[in-house]
Design a binder for this molecule. Structure first.
Ligand code: NAP
Length: 249
């Protein structure tokens, strides 16, 4: 039997990159998947088509998860369409890098709202339904930048560190309700987000990765699929780095 058969999973920001790989992997494990996106409807439809073409179940729902009401509606629509919601993966995220001297207020607010407030928005919406079912898996996609910090990313690192604190607090609140909350901290993964880094920075990053290469979105997806499964039932409040050994804490 596939490990996620009978489960419904919502993945935010699943139209591209890591979110896309997570959606495809959870569907391959038998979950019915809701592919959330912000603006790129064609890309989200392509993910849905790929999943259905492989014999899985999926549909796309557009919503800006940084907005409290929109995130709540996304969760409500998922439950309305599928009758339940067992797995929430908070993956939607953006970067707006700059050194503090040049970082604008808007760069700060937008990154915090998209990466951190969105997690509050969706978790608040799923908590009651998961509590009633006495089952839930919440997996939040943070970053090594949230653990070690990264120059030029005060806004991004703060948002990603915030996700870790939020997840640990929620894990303590949720544990007696049968809900686990865990964090994945990817290192350098090849996606649209990292494509624009200069060749110099890419070379520098390699020197800091013991495994000597960047990761693939699929490698993050495998870790998410494990934490989303019943086999991970005794793991909560943890941060799992998927980073080639870059940050060992
Ligand atoms: P990406 O390729 O840029 O894709 C970002 C995804 O997030 C897209 O699907 C985008 O939707 C969606 N999104 C952005 N803002 C949104 C919002 N307000 N509401 C709903 N969806 C929104 O990024 P990625 O590299 O796959 O990163 C995915 C996650 O992993 C992010 O949280 C990122 O911080 C984290 N991460 C990435 C790396 C890396 O090396 N790539 C490393 C560590 C952590 P549209 O397509 O509609 O724009």
């Amino acid at each position: 039997m596939q490990s996620l058969e009978g489960r419904v999973a919502l993945i935010t920001g699943a139209s591209r990159g890591i979110g896309r790989a997570i959606a495809v992997e959870l569907a391959a494990q038998g979950a019915t998947v809701v592919v959330n996106y912000r603006s790129n409807q064609d890309a989200a439809s392509a993910v849905v088509d790929e999943i259905i073409g492989a014999g899985g179940k999926a549909n796309a729902i557009g919503a800006d998860v940084s907005q409290f009401e929109a995130a709540g509606d996304l969760v409500a629509q998922t439950i309305e369409q599928h009758g339940q919601l067992d797995i929430l993966v908070n993956n939607a995220g953006i970067a707006r890098d700059n050194l503090i001297l040049r970082l604008g207020e808007d760069d700060w607010d937008t990154v915090i709202e998209t990466n951190l407030k969105s997690v509050f928005n969706t978790c608040k919406a799923v908590f009651k339904p998961m509590m009633r079912k006495r089952y839930g898996r919440i997996i939040n996609i943070s970053s090594v930048s949230g653990i070690a910090g990264n120059a030029g990313q005060t806004n991004y690192s703060a948002s990603k560190a915030g996700m870790i604190g939020f997840s640990r607090a929620l894990a303590r609140e949720a544990a007696t309700r049968g809900i686990t909350v865990n964090v994945i901290a990817p290192g350098f993964i090849s996606t649209d987000m990292t494509e624009d880094l200069t060749e110099d920075l890419k070379d520098l990053s390699l020197a800091a990765i013991p495994l000597g290469r960047w990761g693939d979105a699929q490698e993050v997806a495998y870790a998410v699929a494990f934490l989303a499964s019943e086999r991970a039932g005794y793991i909560t409040g943890q941060v799992l780095s998927v980073d080639g050994g870059m940050v060992m804490a």
